[in-house]
Design a protein around this ligand. Structure first.
Ligand code: SAM
Length: 192
C-alpha cells in the first residue's frame, strides 16, 4: 500500500483506538489483535485499491470500522456511511469519526430499516453469506453501483447458491492478505 506519511499516522491512530476499546468491547477477535494491521487494516485497505472512484461508499455491518473507517482515512473526499446496529460499536465508530475528523456518518440502525442511500459503492465484510447479503446490499445501490465483498474459502459455493436467485456480473480478485480469500466485485443484479 503506497500512501502518505500522514495517512499512515492516521491509520496507526485508528489501530491504537481499536486496541484501547477492544479491552472493553469485542471490536475484533482478541486472537487477531496482535495482527491488527495485517488482518484488518491491510485487508480493508486493499478494497480501496480495487474499487472505482466514488462520491458515496456505504459499508454495511461496519463493526470495529473494517473496512469503513479505513476507507474513510484512505479516501478523504468520499463520503462514507457506516451502518452498524450494535449500540456500543456505533458509539466507537462515532468516536473514531470525531477523533480522526473523517468525512463519514454512522447510522446506528439495522440495515433493513435504513432508507435507501444510493451508494456508488456498497461493501460488507464478514456480514452474511451472499444469498442473504445481496438483498440487504442492493437496497442501498443504484444501477451502476459496484458491490465489494471480501470472502473466504467457500466463495464459489456462495456464488453458486446466489445464482439460483440472482443474475449478476462478478469479478473475482485474489486477496493480498489472506491466501485463501478473494474480493468479489459485483454489479448488475437482477432477480432470476
Ligand atoms: C462479524 S461482524 C464484522 C464487522 C466488520 N465488518 C469486520 O469485518 O470486522 C458483523 C457486524 O455486523 C453487524 N450487523 C449484523 N447484522 C446487522 C444488521 N442487520 N444491521 C446492522 N448491522 C448488523 C454486527 O453488529 C457486527 O458488528
Amino acid at each position: 500500500m503506497s500512501v502518505s506519511r500522514e495517512t499512515i499516522d492516521r491509520l496507526k491512530e485508528f489501530s491504537n483506538l481499536v486496541c484501547r476499546w477492544n479491552e472493553h468491547i469485542n471490536l475484533v477477535a482478541p486472537s487477531t489483535l496482535g495482527l491488527l494491521e495485517q488482518r484488518h487494516v491491510e485487508d480493508s485497505a486493499q478494497l480501496s485499491e480495487l474499487a472505482p472512484p466514488a462520491h458515496t461508499w456505504i459499508d454495511l455491518g461496519s463493526g470495529g470500522g473494517f473496512p469503513g473507517i479505513v476507507i474513510s482515512i484512505l479516501r478523504p473526499t468520499t463520503r462514507v456511511l457506516l451502518v452498524e446496529s450494535d449500540r456500543r460499536k456505533s458509539v466507537f465508530l462515532r468516536t473514531a469519526v470525531r477523533n480522526l475528523q473523517l468525512n463519514a456518518e454512522v447510522i446506528d440502525q439495522r440495515i433493513e430499516n435504513v432508507s435507501p442511500r444510493g451508494g456508488d459503492i456498497v461493501s460488507a465484510r464478514a456480514l452474511a453469506p451472499l444469498r442473504k447479503l445481496i438483498p440487504l446490499a442492493i437496497r442501498h445501490g443504484v444501477s451502476d453501483t459496484t458491490y465489494v465483498f471480501p470472502k473466504g474459502i467457500s466463495y464459489q459455493q456462495e456464488i453458486a447458491e446466489a445464482k439460483t436467485s440472482w443474475e449478476f456480473d462478478v469479478d473475482v480478485r485474489p486477496s493480498k492478505v489472506n491466501k485463501e480469500g478473494v474480493i468479489l466485485l459485483m454489479r448488475n443484479f437482477k432477480r432470476v
